[in-house]
Design a protein around this ligand. Structure first.
Ligand code: ME8
Length: 474
């Protein structure tokens, strides 16, 4: 049986999750649900987790006035329970401070070292702590700041261990050549190919000054560079790691901000360790909130938990993922979210299910008429969209189908027809029920908490269930 392995980035724990993190994790969870439905739960593995061995952790723990381990325990728990609360069903949650991770990091480091691709050298450069990376002069903005963090990088001179990334220029290009879908979407692939072609420099992969992190297996005085450490989570969080039957099917879902780490450094590390690289990286876009970049200073950081508590997990999921194309940048409009909820969920799909079931109770005594024709093509299109990771399209197909069912209901005025021509009205009800069946099936993927409630309303082979309100109006 085919296997699928999905991962999200592992998140920094210097703050609590915001809606950007929820977006990536919900999108991945939605793809995972599709594949679990198709292949069976046991054939899909979904990993998420937290990236803890960072200077950010040290600073944040200090700020919170807590010892690092205590701080980390608390934060990892917040991330984990936040994801659980908003309806994410991961198979495992990896923390980079766990023993299993440390072991894997040491194992990989040793393999690469023994292969001759790690050496000691000196490095002077400009380091951005926000990115946890050295930046080239040419990458800074006009004021000499990191373009992402709007802060000047600090001058660092360190004697570090280096990874011979430069050696992997050609092997990486060959890898990309052979695997057209190694990085999607296309725009990101071109960006990374240009970056590789412009020449790769060796990168420093240890820090002598780090207060916290994993020590090198070959030098106690150095800590493993946080990115070198973090990427390895994809192996340490998978039972049996690269020997697992899931590994060859790994799809890393990430944001576009971290493609260089994932699509240049990570595959080079794997090649250097003699491990077959993952199957694909998919880099989604970034979104603004009502047209503005999300930031603490603007005070517009949105909590996924607050939204989910008010509107429900499923509304958060489709509202977010449906707002813009997966793989592109977009906007999530908080001011439109309420309208979306009321028109598409409460007034759309919720109202449709309720009306049909109420009418069947009222006029047919709850009895289901002969089966109508099942419109398989809609489901096929929906499934195809998910296989191509076109999440927004899948959601659009669902809501268009809700629209077509509502249209049928209104145009036939079945509540009048039933009094004039019972047989004709039964045909309409049968068609409507088939449409609801299909909607319930699609909902298993995109509205997973609502789907079982829909099924309950659809009842058994003979009778519909009790009507309920799937989405309360706000
Ligand atoms: O980078 N729009 O973790 P991180 C869309 N620890 N997605 C957003 C977003 C936005 N406005 N803001 C954040 C790290 N994201 C490393 C990863 S992996 C081995 C190590 C999402 O906590 C997006 O998916 O900074 C992005 O890639 C991720 O959060 C970064 O999370």
């Amino acid at each position: 049986m085919m296997k699928k392995y999905f991962t999200t980035p592992i998140y920094y724990v210097n703050d609590i999750p915001h809606i950007g993190h929820a977006y990536c994790t919900l999108a991945t969870d939605t793809l995972v649900r599709y594949w679990r439905k198709k292949l069976g739960k046991e054939n899909v593995f979904f990993l998420t987790g937290t990236d803890e061995n960072s200077q950010k952790t040290v600073d944040a723990a200090k700020l919170a006035g807590k010892p690092i381990p205590e701080y980390l325990e608390g934060m990892a728990k917040i991330w984990r329970t936040t994801f659980e609360k908003i309806g994410i069903e991961f198979d495992d949650f990896i923390r980079t401070t766990e023993e299993r991770h440390l072991k894997k990091v040491h194992e990989l480091f040793t393999k690469i070292h023994e292969g001759g691709d790690i050496y000691k050298g000196k490095y002077t450069g400009k380091y951005c702590h926000g990115c946890e990376t050295f930046l080239k002069e040419s990458e800074l903005d006009e004021e000499g700041n990191c373009p992402d963090h709007k802060k000047p990088p600090v001058d660092l001179e360190e004697e570090n261990y280096f990874f011979r990334l430069s050696k992997y220029e050609k092997p990486l290009l060959e890898l990309y050549e052979k695997n057209p879908s190694f990085l999607e979407p296309e725009s990101r692939r071109n960006e990374i190919l240009n970056f590789i072609k412009s020449g790769l420099e060796d990168i420093s992969i240890s820090r002598e000054t780090s207060e916290f992190g994993i020590s090198l297996p070959i030098d106690e005085n150095h800590k493993v560079y946080v990115w070198f450490d973090a990427l390895i989570n994809y192996l340490s969080g998978l039972p049996d790691g690269e020997k697992s039957e899931f590994w060859g099917e790994a799809v890393h879902i990430i944001g576009k901000d971290i493609t260089r780490f994932h699509c240049v450094i990570w595959p080079a590390m794997l090649l250097a360790a003699g491990i077959k690289p993952y199957k694909q990286v998919f880099a989604h876009g970034f979104f603004t909130i009502d047209g503005q970049k999300m930031s603490k200073s603007l005070g517009n950081v949105v909590s996924p938990v607050e939204l989910a508590e008010k509107y429900g997990n499923d509304a958060l999921r489709v509202g977010l993922i449906g707002s813009f194309e997966f793989g592109h940048d977009g906007d999530f409009s908080l001011s439109h979210f309420d309208g979306f909820y009321n028109s598409k969920l409460a007034g759309g799909v919720g109202n449709l299910f309720n009306r049909v079931v109420v009418l069947i109770h009222k006029f047919l005594d709850g009895k289901k008429p002969e089966e109508g024709e099942r419109e398989e093509d809609v489901l096929t299109k929906f499934n195809q969209a998910l296989e191509k990771q076109e999440l927004q399209r899948a959601i659009n197909i669902f809501f268009e189908y809700v629209g077509s069912a509502n249209q049928l209901l209104n145009e036939t005025e079945v509540w009048k027809l039933v009094k004039e021509d019972l047989e004709a009205s039964k045909k309409v009800f049968a068609t409507l029920l088939q449409k609801l069946e299909i909607l319930a099936e699609m909902a298993e993927v995109i509205l997973p908490e609502t789907a079982p409630r829909m099924r309950k309303m659809l009842g058994n082979a003979e009778k519909v269930g009790e009507p309920e309100i799937l989405f309360e109006r706000k």
